[in-house]
Design a protein around this ligand. Sequence first.
Ligand SMILES: *Cc1c(COP(=O)(O)O)cnc(C)c1O
Length: 482
Amino acid sequence: MERDEASTFAGRSLQVENARAPDRRYDCLDDAARLARRYLDGLRDRPVHAKTGLDELRAVLAHPLTDEGEDPSVIVESLACDVDPGLVASGGPRYFGFVIGGAVPAAVAADWLVSAWDQNGGGFVASPALSVVEEVAATWIRELLGVPASSGVGFVTGGQMANFTCLAAARHAVLRDAGWDVEAHGLHGAPRVRVLAGEYAHVTIGVACRLLGLGQLVDVVPADDQGRMRADALRDALAGGTGDPTIVCAQAGEINTGAFDPFVDIARICREHRAWLHVDGAFGLWAAASPRRRTLLAGAEQAHSWATDGHKWLNVPYDCGIAVVADPRAHRAAMTSTQAYVPAHADDVPYGFDWTPEFSRRARGVTVYAALRQLGRQGLTDLVDRCCDHARLIARRLAAEPGIDILNDVVLNQVLVRFGDDDALTDTVIEQVQRDGVCWLAGSTFRGRRVMRISVVGWQTTPADAHRSAEAILTAARAAGG
Ligand SMILES: *Cc1c(COP(=O)(O)O)cnc(C)c1O
């Protein structure tokens, strides 16, 4: 193609856009709002599973890329239509797979505005307003999670990056205390950092260590039958320690059972060994919002860092994670990215890039701000308690049926179910429930046995949804001959 021919093509669709009456340029936003309403209003009644598979989706979505571009409203309409059969109703009231929350309305709407404003949330100079919104959200988060008011808070993409950010701060601090500046010199020639985590630590802890040059976890601390790190095993692992800089990763909310590590004992042991204590509480940390369940976190307040998710239990849309570090200097030293072309700023002026791995970034804290304003303190408490109560209700209904066993203590929002004490039967029931579409849940393997894994983290679930889902599971189990 000739050069001026190419530039004509590139210019044409923009010319078409610019030729529109200025007040019609964003009509596609009205289309998006209408289509989003239709989807969200239908969430409760559509089958929970996706209706279509890989090949069909590829065929439908592979529109030819045009030379001249397309009309925004046409794109929005066709995108919504094409993807609809491949969407999973994970924001609806009967989705219990993995740990995937819904999204409260104010957070969804605020997220749209974040896109419309298209601010670079990296720092105050680029977006004064959203930097302050995130600052306010950070203050609320510290208060709700019961961590020191001076803690650093970074809004990141999820639990993975929250763990990464916290462990980067940990790496900085334990090496600083050993006389080594890891930010300046990296790990070449550094003292060895010892990382310990429970046998049932989430996989993202290992990935974070890998990204931080600490290698996959070396020291696995045995867990008990609920997946809780055993404090006595941690004590043994650290006894006769080499004095290496040490980081201990504990967990609030084991991904299968929802169990909490014994933080009081773990914190004491870490103190004795001058180890950094990190708590991965991607969903479990939200127990702090519930007076009835807060005791599960006793001792966790003594940790040095905490990772949690916004997109799980707080019910903000994907993606949002939150990294909290008690020592803001270590947090900032590990993350900040000062550049000559960014104005120097006082410590108390909000700059997202001081607390997150990103430089340019979406102001993810805005959805947290909106969700917390919608819920209020009591609404958040109710959300957490309601999900836990629904989990117990489902567990109770299933446990009453002969041949069905609940394998975990349902202390939170997670239920592990086994059918006929049989792997194959358990998988058959899971597949049947998934196909059936009343609710959706996934399988897992816990302590060598196949289990159905139920996770209740959505704001929309009602007691009637819990009953209906339990009924669907019982029906599938009876059909499978359980
Ligand atoms: C979900 C989860 C993570 C990972 O969080 P993402 O938001 O998926 O990155 C880490 N730890 C625990 C305990 C989790 O449940």
